[in-house]
Design a protein around this ligand. Structure first.
Ligand code: NAD
Ligand code: DAU
Length: 338
């Protein structure tokens, strides 16, 4: 049975990806290597934990001995690296963990893959490595890297390291760069789950700056299908962009969320802007559509309704997160803004 190693599988995208892999590829073992940082929640995979094809390895991708041991024990054919510090605001407060996990972790993981002869490695990157767009245009795979935050700079650095390994060692890697994901199990520090959970409790929705910043939203399962296609059918050394063809201004998204939740606009609170806040992301995914035969399947409004329904049915999941480390962190950093 072939083995797929996923790092960061207890986070938002990784957990959705692993569940979909187990449903879609029956004859495959999935190993999940995760450190369980504040964002890693084993509860996100509780329903598959007893599947005999699923194995959890608790540890840090920066721990060379541990990573070498996991790779030797499981000899994965395929590896997908989701493990990362993923939140831009946290990278502004402290970039240390971002440099460590996102760059050093990638290097350690790739070295371990080389040692066991992994057939294919996929680096999960982000559209934020391209920087910011003005009112017009789209990011293509040829857009120069111009990251603007410590988070995106650490992701761009990892992408360059992957590129260096492909060219120097013939390392069989592909890179994917995706826009903003939404869907179930997203940690409630990110815009959509934060605003849903605040609105449900009649708490303020903190819109940064003017609210005119634009993001291109894609359902997490559309992203997961794209990663699977690039992993199995992508060309070594190539980059593939994924987006949802769903550009929305933050303020318009906020108004839609309030409308769908039946909550008043008075919950909107304009707050100080994020330093270095990128204005607009928009993706040209023609390469993935042509080469990989991939297309986003979700319509944003339908996906958003489905996502809201999931959070409404899982308020206890959010409460458990918000009553713990998450709340203490935000209260310290933002003076109890939430
Ligand atoms: P997340 O923060 O929800 O999850 C990250 C996971 O990585 C957690 O389970 C965490 O425990 C684990 N992790 C962190 N540091 C680790 C370490 N040192 N060793 C092992 N595990 C570690 O993140 P996400 O939103 O699911 O994003 C996953 C990946 O996708 C990231 O690489 C991110 O850059 C990328 N990405 C995210 C988005 C998005 O919209 N969320 C879009 C494009 C790309
Ligand atoms: O584009 C892909 C990226 O999308 C990923 O690489 C990142 O891992 C992921 O976190 C996400 O980054 P963003 O910074 O775009 O996501 P976030 O949900 O933090 O913010 C979305 C937009 O909403 C952004 O313009 C900032 C704004 N925002 C965010 C928060 C948390 C607010 O106005 N208020 C908020 O409280």
């Amino acid at each position: 049975m072939p083995t797929l190693l996923v790092t960061g599988g207890c986070g938002f995208i990784g957990a959705n990806f692993i569940r979909w892999q187990l449903q879609t590829h029956a004859d495959q073992k999935v190993v999940n290597l995760d450190k369980l940082t504040y964002a890693g929640n084993p509860e996100n995979l509780a329903d598959v934990a007893s599947d005999p094809r699923y194995v959890f390895e608790h540890g840090d991708i920066c721990d060379r001995e541990f990573v070498d041991r996991v790779l030797k024990d499981h000899q994965p054919d395929l590896v997908v690296n989701f493990a990362a510090e993923s939140h831009v605001d946290r990278s502004i407060l402290d970039s240390g963990p971002f440099v460590r996990t996102n760059i050093v972790g990638t290097q350690i993981l790739m070295d371990a893959c080389r040692a066991v002869g992994t057939q294919r490695y996929l680096q999960v990157s982000t559209d934020e490595v391209y920087g910011s767009l003005g009112a017009e245009g789209f990011f293509t795979e040829e857009t120069p890297l111009a990251p603007n935050s410590p988070y995106s700079a650490s992701k761009a650095a990892a992408d360059l390291l992957v590129r260096g390994y492909v060219h120097t060692f013939g390392f069989p890697a592909v890179i994917t760069r995706c826009s903003n994901n939404y869907g179930p199990y997203q940690f409630p520090e990110k815009l959509i789950p934060l605003f849903i959970s605040n609105a449900l409790k009649d708490q303020a929705l903190p819109v940064y700056g003017t609210g005119h910043n634009v993001r291109d939203w894609i359902h997490v399962l559309d992203h997961g299908r794209g990663i699977d296609a690039a992993l199995r059918r992508g060309r070594v050394g190539e980059v593939y962009n994924f987006g949802g063809h769903s550009e929305v201004r933050n303020i318009d998204l906020t108004l839609t969320l309030l409308e769908l939740l039946g909550k008043p606009k008075t919950l909107i609170k304009y707050v100080t802007d994020r330093p270095g806040h990128d204005l607009r992301y928009a993706i040209d995914c023609a390469k993935a559509e042509t080469e990989l035969g991939w297309k986003p399947q979700y319509n944003f409004r339908d996906g958003l309704r489905e996502t809201i329904d999931w959070y409404l049915a899982n308020t206890a999941w959010i409460d458990r997160i918000k009553s713990g480390e998450y709340r203490k962190y935000y209260e310290q950093q933002y003076g109890g803004r939430l």
